[in-house]
Design a protein. Structure first.
Length: 176
């Protein structure tokens, strides 16, 4: 791989790492719907349209928060294991580093191939942290989802239906 290709790979991994931090944010916001919005809305919402309005407004409010504020918000409404909390805090630290310091701190690493390779390895390690944390967070919150009938299987079915609708392709075409 030549220098330009390797530089593009570094940029791609930075983008993927930031995307994974946003997936974590979304997982937290989704959890907040089940942990906070649904219990507060039970018996209070009269129509589907009213629910959609409340849901959209709630999500918008949550997505205005930083990852750190989201973690604090979810911790205020549920108990998480020490390990999940530690991993969430490490994700915040790594996300902030990537977003605010990575290119400045690692500028000299762009000068040679082995340093660029190390940057890629470091970014992959951070991506793995995000993936493990997302999985552990979602597993910890699954009982809350289950209370409202959103088993893991049902959530996967809903995601598949959404993807089918969004892509406009039947199941058989999506897998190819």
């Amino acid at each position: 791989m030549n220098e330009a290709e390797q530089n593009r790979e570094v940029y791609a991994h930075v983008g993927l790492t930031l995307q994974m931090s946003q997936i974590l944010e979304h997982a937290i916001v989704n959890a907040m719907v089940v942990l906070d919005l649904v219990p507060k809305s039970t018996g209070d919402v009269k129509t589907v349209d009213e629910w959609h309005e409340r849901y959209d407004a709630y999500q918008e409010l949550q997505f205005e928060k930083t990852l750190g504020r989201l973690v604090a918000t979810v911790r205020a409404v549920t108990t998480l294991s020490d390990q999940v909390v530690a991993d969430l805090k490490e994700c915040i630290r790594k996300r902030n580093y990537i977003a605010h310091h990575f290119f400045r701190v690692r500028a000299e690493d762009f000068l040679d191939q082995s340093s660029r390779s190390r940057m890629i390895d470091d970014l992959v390690e951070i991506q793995e942290l995000f993936e493990r944390t997302i999985d552990a967070f979602e597993a910890a919150l699954q009982p809350a989802w289950d209370r409202y009938g959103f088993t893991k299987e049902r959530r996967e079915q809903i995601a598949d239906e959404y993807l089918r609708e969004f892509s406009g392709k039947p199941d058989s075409d999506r897998e190819r």
